[in-house]
Design a protein around this ligand. Structure first.
Ligand code: ATP
Length: 887
């Protein structure tokens, strides 16, 4: 039994810019020279070099030939076309298969980086899988050897949410998916997976088409499924040798072709700060694959006692032999050239670099007792008989019968059109399309949702050539006009999924106008482009989340938004933006803000929930497990920036500032007073104007007063809401006003004194270059905790707030009184000394005053003390109530 130690072959391939990247003026961060790939950090020009078995440049220097196939545009072009990739990688897989080795080919990389292009291909640009199959059958035809029978069978499965689904079966997947079993000799396999015997490439092509359709229509509401599921195609190739004595020996090979989920999904497993910590099963296979690769790389580097976690996920179980086992393995890492994807591309390169180190032990599968061959033998017993009679591969009644049976079975399990249309939200009489011979018209019926070129239409219109149509939730069509309307220059290819999505986004179908959010402001800014891409990528996921919410009657709405860091930045130098998701319940008017990572994590859980629901499982989850549920939280409404420069001249500020939200919309107006003060907080007055440097070395006090906030939209929209304002001066503690509930004109009555013990030049510079950011936050009633307490009535928290305020002002009054007492004491003792130096006198008149003040001081201390403990007790009781309510 020959065996050979073989490291995993790794190739990387960079694709051309897509339209979106071209529009954004993207720069290419990759360069290749021979087998070397260099990536340049667009922010600091740092270069990192990687070396692989192959580095394929498919970014530019290509042209389309007369058949629509991309080929190098000149003899010195370094463009790597599909044929070249096949002859380097696919041909080796085929040769191995003839020799009886298992082979596996993985495509890894970020969504949209070109995995499917390399594996399957598009149109005439066929990828490795079809070319491999085509070449296999060509070789079979050329190899008509009477002493051996050649059998090929095909299976296609999808791993989604750690469940295996047979893509050659069209029914809704059974709950829990197909079972994974283990054979002590051959390892893990999928029980009941359809292995379809195939006779030529056309049959494989048909099956692949069918499988791809099944994959995308598994749920019409889940367009983006392909980026979250792994697809495994297995071509089982067996050569049955006949000895002269009639004994047979079989050599077989499994060729596994794996299109992995988008690598960026691995990020969302560790959704930080989310209460649903257990995570989703969707990315388990991808992150386990990473762990398996790392462990195998460690082993190959000589590390001892490394446990390879094959059993941690379905994918790694099924591909155990392909990873560090009995297989010749190839990985092709798809790379995006665009600067905005630098981080993802770098991490793909690192992943590929680790995979290089895996050592496999490929062994020829010759054992006649091999389970796989036995199964194939059983399934094809009849077929073999017929083939023997005919002396080769050809059509036989038995074979036809077997295939027809398979087809019949599949058809009986097909999802009806009605079911598919219902899932796509297309009603019975959705639209009327008429072709009069000279024009084609489209008319929405029953107020059905139809968009043409990004606009919702309500009445009959004439369709222009190349109109883009969207029906229901997710059906997109391109209308190719009547022959007389078509032009030579029509470029149908440009109307890809991205194009439709961008058009819909531009016309606000996707609910937010990017222009108003300032995303387009400066296209040269890398961060803005990255945000734009993230935003666009999230749109289909958000539509899906909305559709699932609607279907499961969750009443929750998701909208993408752009958060501008400048709203929180005291220097306003950052223009960085990030995508956030506004989650709202229009019925209860509750609002939440989720980070992109949190949304993706929750979306995976929603998908799991939805799949269960489709399986008619009970999807009622307790709140702490429900991805749609979150406790109420405070929402950032808007902010304003108050220049601190005048403070460095000891000049005060008393102005009304408008608070703007992330999109620059007015949220409220706030009166802001800032003035330099005495250590006791008294206003110093205008005569105190100084040159900043005169302040150096001295103590500095200033007061921030926020008397009121007016025209608050948040509370105007719903008076069960409240607001408060918070701010942070330099590195001092955050200060917060009280919460005012249900008032669009809120009396905040806030006053806080800031003290800097000793001023230095750095502090002066800070005042001259920074702002004080005042953030307005919205609060929402927690219905569970506050049932019945709202509508004007106060609750524990509010009482605690107002008592705290009262206590603060009493303390201040107390401080002032103490100072007066102190002054009086001093005056008394001065008088005493005077008297002593003169003659003995009657006790001073102000002895009574002193006693009275001392008494008052004592009682104020008591009041203050008892108020503090009262506030403490109240806080504790509020915290307990909240804890109880949460638990
Ligand atoms: N080498 C290439 N040459 C020309 N076009 C390419 C190449 N690679 C990818 N593309 C184009 O880039 C787009 C995205 O590629 P593809 O669909 O293969 O990405 P993917 O990584 O499979 O995405 P997903 O994870 O969503 O399935 C497609 O329009 C494809 O035609």
């Amino acid at each position: 039994m020959p065996s050979s130690s073989d490291s995993v072959k790794v190739a990387v391939r960079v694709r051309p810019f897509n339209q979106r990247e071209k529009n954004a003026g993207s720069k290419c961060v990759l360069s290749m020279n021979g087998s070397t790939t260099v990536i340049t950090n667009p922010e600091n020009n740092d270069k990192k070099t990687f070396s692989f078995d192959h580095s394929y440049w498919s970014h530019d220097s290509s042209r389309e030939d007369e058949n629509g196939v991309f080929v190098p545009d000149s003899s010195n072009s370094n463009y790597a076309d599909q044929r070249r990739v096949f002859s380097d990688l696919g041909q080796g897989v085929l040769d191995n298969a003839w020799q009886g080795y298992n082979a596996a080919l993985f495509a890894y990389g970020q969504t949209g980086a070109g995995k499917s292009y390399s594996m399957i291909g598009y149109g005439p640009n066929k990828g490795i899988v079809p070319i491999t199959c085509e070449e296999l059958f060509k070789a079979i035809e050329d190899n008509q050897d009477k002493t051996k029978q050649l059998q090929v069978s095909f299976s296609m499965l999808e791993i989604y949410n750690e469940q295996v689904r047979d893509l050659l079966v069209k029914t809704k997947p059974q709950a829990g998916g197909l079972k994974i079993r283990q054979n002590p000799q051959t390892g893990f396999y999928v029980e009941g997976l359809k292995q379809v015997p195939v006779r030529d490439y056309n049959e494989i092509e048909k099956l692949m088409e069918q499988g791809t359709v099944n994959r995308t229509t598994a749920s019409t509401n889940m367009n983006a499924t392909s980026s979250r599921s792994h697809m495994v195609i297995t071509i089982r190739f067996a050569q049955v040798f006949k000895n002269a004595d009639g004994q047979s020996n079989t050599r077989s090979s499994d060729i596994n072709l794996v299109d992995l989920a988008g690598s960026e999904r691995a990020d969302s497993t560790g959704a930080t700060g989310d209460r649903l910590k257990e995570g989703s099963a969707i990315n388990q296979s991808l992150s386990t694959l990473g762990n398996v690769i790392s462990a195998l790389a460690d082993l190959a580097m000589g590390k001892k006692k490394v446990l390879v976690p094959y059993r941690d996920s379905v994918l790694t179980k099924l591909l155990q032999s392909a990873l560090g086992g009995n297989s010749r393995t190839i990985m092709i890492a798809a790379l995006s050239p665009a600067d905005i994807n630098y981080d993802e591309t770098l991490s793909t390169l690192r992943y590929a670099d680790r995979a290089k180190k895996i050592q496999n032990k490929a062994v020829v599968n010759e054992s006649p007792t091999d389970r796989l061959i036995r199964e194939l033998k059983e399934e094809n017993a009849k077929l073999l008989e017929a083939l023997k009679k005919q002396g080769g591969v050809g059509r036989s009644d038995d074979l036809r019968h077997l295939l027809e049976e398979n087809e019949k079975k599949m058809q009986s399990m097909t999802m009806t059109w009605e079911q598919r249309l219902e899932e796509a939200r297309i009603s019975d009489n959705h639209a009327r399309i008429e072709n009069t011979g000279s024009e084609v018209t489209l008319e929405p019926l029953n107020n059905a949702k139809i968009y043409v070129n990004g606009h919702r239409i309500h009445k009959k219109i004439r369709l222009e050539n190349l109109s883009r149509l969207k029906f229901g939730s997710s059906c997109l069509f391109l209308h190719v006009g009547l022959p007389s309307e078509r032009k030579q220059s029509d470029n149908i290819d440009r109307y890809d999924y991205d194009y439709f999505m961008m058009e819909l986004a531009d016309h606000r179908e996707v609910s937010v106008d990017l222009h108003s959010q300032g995303v387009y402001e400066s296209n040269d800014n890398l961060n803005h482009m990255r945000v734009f891409q993230e935003y666009m990528d999230l749109i289909p996921q958000i539509s899906e989340a909305n559709a699932i919410s609607e279907e499961l009657k969750k009443g929750i709405k998701f909208e993408p938004e752009i958060k501008s860091q400048a709203s929180h930045d005291a220097k306003v130098t950052t223009s960085n933006k990030e995508v956030i998701i506004r989650v709202s319940n229009p019925n209860t008017k509750k609002v939440w803000i989720w980070s992109k990572i949190k949304f993706l994590h929750r979306k995976d859980l929603m998908d799991e929930m939805y799949v269960k629901w489709l399986d008619s499982e009970n999807v009622h989850l307790p709140r702490d497990k429900d991805p749609f549920w979150d406790p109420v939280e405070d929402i950032f409404l808007g902010s304003c920036h108050v220049l601190l420069q005048s403070l460095s001249y000891c000049v005060d500020t008393d102005e009304h500032f408008t608070l703007h939200n992330y999109h620059g919309k007015e949220e409220a107006v706030m009166q802001v007073q800032i003035y330099p003060s005495t250590p006791s907080g008294d206003y110093i007055g205008d005569e105190s104007i100084v040159e900043p440097k005169e302040l150096v070395g001295k103590r500095f006090d200033f007061v921030l007063k926020l008397p009121q906030c007016m025209g608050v939209r948040w509370t105007m929209e719903d008076n069960s809401r409240g607001i408060y304002c918070k701010s942070q001066f330099r590195d001092q503690a955050v200060v917060k006003t009280k919460t005012v509930w249900g008032k669009s004109y809120a009396e905040l009555g806030f006053k806080h004194q800031f003290t800097v013990k000793k001023i230095d030049m750095e502090f002066i510079r800070y005042l001259q270059s920074h702002n004080l950011v005042l953030e307005l936050w919205g609060t929402q009633v927690n219905d569970e905790v506050h049932k019945g307490h709202r509508n004007g009535a106060t609750n524990g928290e509010e009482e605690a707030d107002s008592l705290k305020d009262e206590c603060e002002s009493l303390k201040k009054e107390n401080f002032k009184l103490k100072q007066t007492v102190h002054k009086q004491k001093e005056a008394v003792s001065l008088q005493k000394t005077k008297k002593v130096s003169q003659t003995k006198e009657t006790p001073p008149k102000n002895g009574n005053l002193k006693a009275a003040l001392e008494k008052q001081e004592k009682s104020l201390d008591e009041v203050s003390h008892s108020l503090s403990s009262c506030v403490g007790a109240l806080k504790e009781s509020v915290a307990n109530t909240l804890k109880k309510a949460k638990s």
